[in-house]
Design a protein around this ligand. Structure first.
Ligand code: GFB
Length: 312
């Protein structure tokens, strides 16, 4: 299977997000036409807007990177937003894509679709084998519905649509708001601000013991374009970096990158979430993709980009 992107109109849904932005950058060298829609022009939660926009724009392929996303606190605090908005976005886009005969769709999920206590590393067939992590089950259920809807179009209508499940992501264009961000940008901000103010401590939520696997969004984008071109199949494909760190180790890495030593204070009033979430990415490797940068290098360039953009 090889899908040539040359001359194709590819809609990156969610281009203003970190992942969508990375996919737009990566697609620039593929010889196709990248199309996007601003939030003021198109509300993805509204079915008729999506239908009308798609009928007009007529993409050949879609990378479905649009989603309501956030870290552990936002997921826990806003269950309706994470479940409803994500269900609507994916249902509207997939339905309109079918009506407009879009040949290729790549749907993006998340590693939180897997059971809280799934055997590690987590293989694709762990899906729906046990209870979910409660802090993000709303988001997870929406994403599981998206995988199944993608598969259903494949099965009922013969659509060559696929899904990929990325691990925890970071990189340029991330959200640095401490209430809604993921851990990596949050700790970059906290260490940067401690350095600026000379604070002696940095607060880390939870116990610092959970393990997380981090992947740079540009590595993800490279893997996604690879899958778009090379993969056709019913089953979703994990996309991870293969290496994991504890949250304490992540904080220590970020301290080195920022160049500031501070005592870590662990805030036990905040949740740890799932204890471990390492993806088994052997299926992706067997397909032929394995190009991952190291965490410290990735954090270093991300910090530099945030400083340059004035985000920090
Ligand atoms: O990145 P994060 O918010 O999401 O948190 P999840 C990862 C771990 O870092 C948790 C800890 O154990 C947090 O308690 N942590 C420590 C912090 N300090 C901080 C901090 O200042 N901010 C944040 N945010 N965390 C998300 C899901 O889970 O993973 C989403 O909620 C999504 O649905 C995403 O799937 C990939 O890894 O726990």
């Amino acid at each position: 299977m090889a899908y040539d992107l040359k001359g194709r109109r590819v809609w990156v849904a969610g281009h203003r997000g970190m992942v969508g932005g990375a996919v737009v950058r990566r697609l620039a060298t593929e010889g196709g036409e990248v199309i996007t829609a601003g939030r003021d022009a198109l509300d993805l939660v509204e079915q008729t807007e999506v239908r009308d926009w798609m009928a007009e724009a007529r993409p050949d392929a879609i990378v479905l990177a649009a989603a309501k996303v956030g870290g552990i606190k936002a997921n826990n605090d806003f269950p309706v937003d994470f479940l409803y908005q994500n269900l609507m976005i994916e249902a509207n886009i997939l339905n309109a894509a079918h009506q407009n005969d879009v040949g290729r769709v790549l749907f993006l999920g998340s590693s939180c679709i897997y059971p809280k206590l799934a055997p590690q590393p987590i293989a694709e067939d762990s899906l729906l084998t046990g209870p979910l992590e409660p802090t993000n089950e709303w988001y997870a259920i929406a994403k599981i519905a998206g995988i199944r809807l993608t598969q259903a179009y494949r099965r009922q209508h013969g659509r060559d649509w696929i899904s990929a499940m990325p691990t925890n992501l970071y990189g340029p264009g991330d959200n640095y708001d401490l209430n809604s961000s993921h851990v990596l940008p949050a700790l970059l901000r906290k260490f940067h601000e401690a350095k600026v103010s000379g604070a002696k401590t940095v607060t880390v939520w939870g116990s610092g013991t959970p393990l997380r696997e981090f992947l740079h969004c540009d590595d993800l984008a490279d893997a996604l374009v690879f899958l778009l071109k090379e993969y056709s199949g019913h089953d979703h494909v994990n996309v991870g970096s293969g290496s994991e760190v504890t949250i304490r180790e992540l904080a220590e890495t970020i301290a080195r990158v920022v160049g500031y030593e501070a005592d870590l204070v662990f805030d036990a009033t905040k949740p740890d979430g799932t204890p471990r979430k390492l993806m088994d990415s052997s299926k992706l490797h067997a397909l032929g993709w394995n190009r991952v940068r190291g965490l410290e290098d990735g954090v270093r360039s991300t910090y530099a980009a945030a400083l340059e953009a004035g985000t920090l």
